[in-house]
Design a protein. Structure first.
Lengths: 209, 366
């Protein structure tokens, strides 16, 4: 019995690790689903700004995924015989995200003024980022609730963060490169995003959950 | 039916719960307690509830920094030095501050939130700035696009200032303009007439405040303004003065000349006033009469337009007239008021005449 229990525990930890890895890499929300493209294109010019945005996204996806999982599990699922939970969740998740981001801003301002200034304008900006809502929706589609939702949310945010950091690194070098006039700016960025996406898509299916 | 009702109920319930949560959080978290703002090393201190911008907090403590955009972080008039407690410079301030200013702790006060005790340094004369309420007593057309406003002060009943200062006139929300804005206008009245102020306002096409003055403001209306602001003033050196103005740049000089007359001045003053055509000239008779009466005052109006055949005075751009009439290496001081283009051109001419920057004073309006 003891061995079995230990094994389930290891399995559980392993499954969490798999969720994390798949959310970050093989199912990278930006490079395989192409969500959250607006800030990805506009704030990836400098590494510093990209890092700020990336950290803010990790922060917000983790917390909104947890909040939305709780909302889904404790409000929508028990009522699913009476209400169209599947379509209603779209609206309720957006409301939840907007409220949580506001709350988060107040808490961060109170707890760590340094973090507040580091996140700065990015925190309110990502309320309307589709990657945040996307993460919550994919999460419930895959029935990841409880602690797994937190792990998934963190993974999805981290994946987005890694993608924008990679892009910012490339674009800083790109500034010195000789890009054809018609492709400068968003053009070349989208082409590079496509090539990066190929590299990420290739790993899809490698991790079996 | 039941499904719809329950769905709406759940949605509204969630929104209500989140709103209550946010309101509670705001009350508990965004409460910074009483904060003290020390002004000019103890010269004055303001105690307020934290959480508001520095500009608004100072205002509620009776200290008025100039601001034209109403605290939206675009005009940068409300700059002040925050020596401690200001926190890091926020992204909305960065485009408005130079590297030098950031190093010297200059901040855009409407973007600085008061979260703790602060110490600030503001120019001494701003401490005497007050908020005034007045009633428009007279609106007079000076030219086709310039009006003179005479305002009787209600509260406080009198104002004290040196000629050359300006006030910020509040334009209330009207028409498509949802928020009140402040615009700066030089005082054209004489300081001895302490119960009144006068402003000379030229219509700016599509200008928020000037349109309001021209189309919505009537005699008898109540207006609000803050002031006096500015550092444009007469020096005390006793040197001869050259005044150069165009359009509504007349205002400070109309105040100064009458003030000088009242105070028994004897410093030589040469006043160059530029306009396009005769219809753009105003206070012409009054100034000509003053020039005849006062031996130390010379008034030189000049027109630069095309159809001025019956004009017997100076012709050409005001800067060219100055170049013709002022002798080289004059010991005089230059005083300028007008559009940025006119001022830059006039400064160049004064440099030609050997008047260095320390002897040039100007009031540039954008």
């Amino acid at each position: 019995m003891m061995i079995l229990a230990a094994q389930t525990e290891t399995n559980y930890a392993l499954s969490l690790l798999l969720i994390l890895l798949s959310a970050t890499f093989t199912e990278n929300i930006l490079l395989t689903r192409f969500l959250g493209m607006c800030p990805f294109l506009s704030i990836s010019r400098q590494l510093r700004g990209a890092a700020g945005m990336g950290v803010a996204v990790v922060f917000v996806t983790t917390i909104t995924c947890a909040a939305n999982a709780a909302l889904y599990q404790f409000v929508l699922l028990p009522l699913k015989d009476y209400i169209p939970a599947e379509s209603l969740k779209l609206i309720l998740f957006i409301v939840m995200i907007a409220a949580v981001v506001q709350l988060l801003e107040m808490i961060v301002e109170r707890i760590s003024i340094r973090l507040y200034f580091a996140l700065g304008i990015f925190l309110p900006l990502i309320t309307v980022n589709c990657a945040i809502l996307g993460a919550s929706l994919f999460m419930v589609n895959q029935d990841m609730l409880g602690i797994r939702s937190v792990v998934y949310g963190f993974g999805a945010g981290a994946g987005w963060c890694i993608a924008i950091l990679l892009m910012a690194g490339i674009r800083q070098r790109l500034a010195k490169a000789n890009v054809p006039a018609g492709l400068e700016g968003p053009g070349i960025t989208l082409i590079i995003t496509g090539i990066m996406a190929l590299a990420f898509v290739i790993f899809q299916g490698m991790i079996q959950k | 039916m039941i499904t719809i009702l329950i769905s709406v109920g759940v949605t509204c319930g969630l929104m209500l719960a989140l709103t209550v949560l946010l309101l509670l959080a705001e009350r508990r978290l965004v409460n910074f307690g009483r904060c003290k703002i020390d002004v000019n090393h103890g010269a004055k201190s303001v105690e307020i509830e934290g959480g508001e911008s520095l500009l608004a907090s100072l205002k509620s403590g009776g200290i008025y920094l100039p601001s034209a955009c109403g605290g939206r972080g675009t005009c940068a008039y409300c700059k002040c030095v925050v020596t401690s407690g200001g926190g890091p410079v926020v992204p909305t301030e960065e485009p408005l501050l130079t590297g030098e200013e950031i190093k010297n702790n200059v901040r855009i006060s409407c973007q600085v939130k008061v979260r703790n005790d602060l110490a600030v340094e503001i120019p001494e004369e701003l401490l005497s700035v007050r908020e005034y309420t007045g009633r428009v007593e007279r609106i007079r057309d000076l030219t086709h696009d310039i009006k003179e406003l005479r305002i009787r002060l209600l509260d406080p009943p009198t104002i004290e200032y040196a000629p050359g200062r300006y006030v910020q006139l509040e334009t209330p929300a009207y028409g498509d303009n949802p928020e009140g804005v402040f615009r700066a206008y030089s005082l054209s009245s004489v300081p001895s007439d302490a119960g009144y102020i006068e402003l000379v306002i030229r219509l700016v096409p599509n200008g928020l405040c000037t349109t309001w003055v021209f189309e919505h403001l009537h005699e008898g209306d109540e207006v609000h303004f803050t002031g006096p602001f500015g550092d444009f003033r007469l020096s005390e050196t006793g040197k001869p003065m050259i005044w150069i103005a165009g359009g509504s740049g007349m205002a400070p000089f109309w105040s100064m000349i009458r003030h000088l007359k009242e105070t028994g001045n004897s410093r030589p003053v040469t006043y160059f006033f530029g306009a396009v055509a005769q219809r753009d000239l105003f206070y012409l008779e009054e100034l000509t009469a003053l020039a005849e009466e006062l031996p130390w005052f010379e008034f030189i109006p000049a027109l630069s337009g095309k159809d001025i055949a019956d004009w017997s005075g100076e012709k050409g751009l005001i800067t060219d007239v100055v170049r013709r009439r002022v002798e080289a290496d004059t010991p005089a001081e230059g005083y300028l008021c007008g559009s940025p283009g006119m001022i830059d051109a006039a400064i160049a001419v004064l440099h030609e005449k050997g008047i260095t920057d320390e002897r040039i004073f100007f009031d540039k309006f954008a």
